[in-house]
Design a protein around this ligand. Structure first.
Ligand code: ZN
Length: 261
């Protein structure tokens, strides 16, 4: 079964900035999708902010195994309804790869529950991503580190929850460091945050970055059927208990009552 992957792009800088358009004539989402399509196990399509429902209808998300997310200047234009829909699909088991400035996207902040703030500087400085978890599938095929000649600095402290795993730690020419590749899990869904990806540098044309993206999609794929009941909170009647129970003490709720949310 191929990993059905949707590459979501905000698609604004590519339309409004000459430098970005020159680097990514097919859009950043186009470059990311092309990199993923080199993996025969990944079935890729794209969606953008401008599409109806941002290209993320209930039907399409239900048929998506992994979603990648790049946004920057229009996080606020993403509808809360679509964000809630994506959150629910992550809980059910859809993988989510959040890229670069997506740290401030509604969906990432919602899933993290923290400010997701960080330091930054746009100086075109060198970045070295050290592979600190050498046995991790997201690091497959990489050496000790990946070096990017020009990058935007993202520096610690990065206000996210303690991750499940740290795969990469970046060093920057200016001296800062950053946890540039981290994994999380929410419900049944695996989440990977990858920091390089500033729009004025050819980050997504870098073969090693492309390898990381393919690795991340394969890692985030959960082959289990979606956990569709994950938001249900059933009130189990006493007589349906697996062992015989006798009511003790006072009760607030009646049998079968839904309870409060
Ligand atoms: Zn940036």
């Amino acid at each position: 079964m191929p990993v059905r992957t949707v590459v979501w792009g905000e698609n604004i800088h590519e339309q409004t900035n000459e430098d970005v358009r020159a680097l990514y004539p097919e859009g950043m989402h186009g470059a990311i999708a092309a990199a993923l399509a080199e993996d025969g196990n990944i079935q890729v399509s794209v969606a953008t902010l401008q599409d109806a429902e941002h290209g993320l209808s209930e039907e399409r998300l239900a048929a998506t195994d992994v979603l990648t997310w790049w946004g920057h200047r229009a996080h606020g234009d993403v509808s809360d309804e679509v964000v809630a829909r994506v959150q629910r699909r992550v809980w059910e088991g859809m993988g989510l790869i959040v890229l670069h400035s997506g740290h401030y996207s509604k969906i990432f902040r919602l899933l993290m529950g923290t400010p997701c703030s960080l330091k930054w500087r746009e100086a075109g400085e060198r970045e070295r991503l050290w592979v600190v978890n050498r046995g991790h599938p997201i690091a497959r095929g990489l050496g000790d580190y990946v070096e990017l000649p020009n990058t935007e600095m993202y520096g610690e402290p990065f206000a996210v929850p303690e991750p499940m795993e740290t795969v990469f730690i970046s060093w920057y020419e200016g001296g800062e460091v950053f946890r540039s590749g981290m994994t999380f899990q929410r419900g049944a869904g695996r989440i990977f945050y990858l920091s390089p990806g500033h729009e004025t540098y050819p980050i997504y044309h870098n073969p090693e970055m492309q390898q990381i993206l393919r690795n991340a999609v394969n890692w985030a794929y959960n082959p289990m059927p979606g956990w569709s009941s994950i938001t249900q909170a059933p009130n189990v009647p006493i007589e349906q208990a697996r062992e015989k129970l006798v009511q003790k003490g006072a009760r607030l709720h009646a049998d079968g009552e839904e309870g409060f949310r």
